[in-house]
Design a protein around this ligand. Structure first.
Ligand code: TXA
Ligand code: MG
Length: 353
């Protein structure tokens, strides 16, 4: 086990000596977790195959699921991507830095392990001064999946990273909680029209406004497991965002949802299960369970997104057996929230009528 160095850093004006210390690990082929605006990432030099392989090992991530490559300037995109369509130039101008990952055909120079043998590469420019400073100081694009053990909810604080990866990575840059709370939107620009492979921090509505024609992959809105052969993004095939507890997701009109959540809570408490309810500000007073937590207001889906992964982790650390979660509207950031909740529930979706 290695010693994992914790470097507390100012989120807006990161101290140069701390960024240099972290970049020194990246340059040597080491692994550093760092904050982005979405979730914490686990970084390695994207052009160093050994470092990227170590990244997969530290996370226990299957080798067929490539990380996102993070850049601090658009020149690097042209070095990593084979072709950059003009719609992508527009998106980069409009949404970068920010929570939008673009998938391109990749250039020959990119190591195979970095793209998991695919002919495409996923690239984004994060909107966080610490992430940008680390990339600049390391003088290389940084491959960074979310800094959690594979299958666990993504980390929205340095403590979450520590809980999963302490002793497995070189350092963590701790700049406090992340502000968006769900991962970036992954948009495939190698197909026409472009297709959203993972909903995330950039709302679909905003992409539609910018592009006109853009599609949602059926996986994104799936309410049940979709046949594996249809996956276009390796991440779609893997179990994701799953807390240890069994999760039920209750969807429908709010009064019916509240009644159904109560009914399920009662049923599982009678079975001697420790039950957690994932509610919203407007509904939480209606429940009594071993733990009731609010995601935030149903009218503020950005807050709901920000709290989601933290609350799933809290339920786990409290040893809850069953989590009963309310669905929220699948619009704006709510689309990403519902996609993560459906996956966390392994499509255990209960319709409340
Ligand atoms: O917000 C985020 O995107 C965070 C922060 C750290 O930037 N990163 C993140 O990375 O969530 P990760 O590795 O956990 O998720 C990357 C997703 C996976 O679903 C993966 O399958 C997909 O992007 N992906 C990567 N390369 C791809 C490619 N060439 N084609 C299609 N999907 C790809
Ligand atoms: Mg991830």
């Amino acid at each position: 086990m290695k010693k994992t160095l914790l470097l507390k850093v100012d989120p807006l004006r990161p101290e140069p000596e701390k960024v240099q210390a972290a970049a020194a690990f990246i340059k040597k082929g080491g692994l550093v977790a760092f904050p982005t605006e979405t979730v914490y990432g686990l970084g390695a030099d994207a052009l160093n195959p050994k470092a990227v392989l170590a990244l997969f090992e530290a996370k226990k991530r299957p080798l067929d699921n490539p990380p996102i490559v993070h850049v601090a300037n658009t020149n690097d995109v042209h070095k990593l991507a084979g072709q950059v369509p003009k719609e992508a130039e527009l998106l980069m101008k409009t949404f970068w830095p920010g929570p939008l990952t673009l998938v391109f055909k990749h250039a020959d120079a990119v190591p195979k392990v970095t793209v998991a043998g695919l002919d495409t590469i996923a690239i984004r420019m994060p909107q966080h001064n610490v992430a940008l400073a680390l990339i600049n100081e390391s003088s290389c694009p940084i491959a960074a999946p979310s800094a959690n053990l594979a299958g666990k909810p993504s980390p929205t604080s340095a403590q979450h990273v520590f809980d999963d990866l302490n002793g497995r990575i070189d350092a963590v840059l701790d700049a406090g909680a992340t502000c968006i709370g769900v991962e970036s939107t992954v948009l495939d620009m190698s197909v026409n029209p472009p297709m959203v492979l993972r909903p995330g921090g950039t709302p679909f509505e905003a992409l539609k406004k910018a592009l006109g024609d853009v599609r949602l992959h059926p996986f994104v809105v799936a309410e049940e497991e979709v046949p594996l052969a249809k996956a276009r993004s390796p991440g779609m095939r893997h179990k994701h965002y799953a807390p240890n507890a069994r999760v039920f997701l209750v969807e429908g009109a709010v009064p019916a949802v509240v009644a159904k959540v109560k009914e399920l809570t009662e049923a599982y408490r009678l079975k001697q299960c420790k039950v957690g309810v994932l509610a919203t500000d407007e509904t939480m007073a209606a429940y009594s369970a071993n733990a009731v937590k609010s995601l935030g207001s149903r009218f503020n889906l950005a807050a709901v997104a920000q709290n989601l992964f933290r609350l799933l982790r809290e339920f786990d650390s409290e040893g809850v057996d069953v989590i009963i979660a309310e669905g929220v509207p699948a619009e704006g950031l709510g689309l990403a929230v519902m996609n993560r909740l459906r996956k966390a529930s392994a499509y255990n979706i209960v319709r409340a009528e």
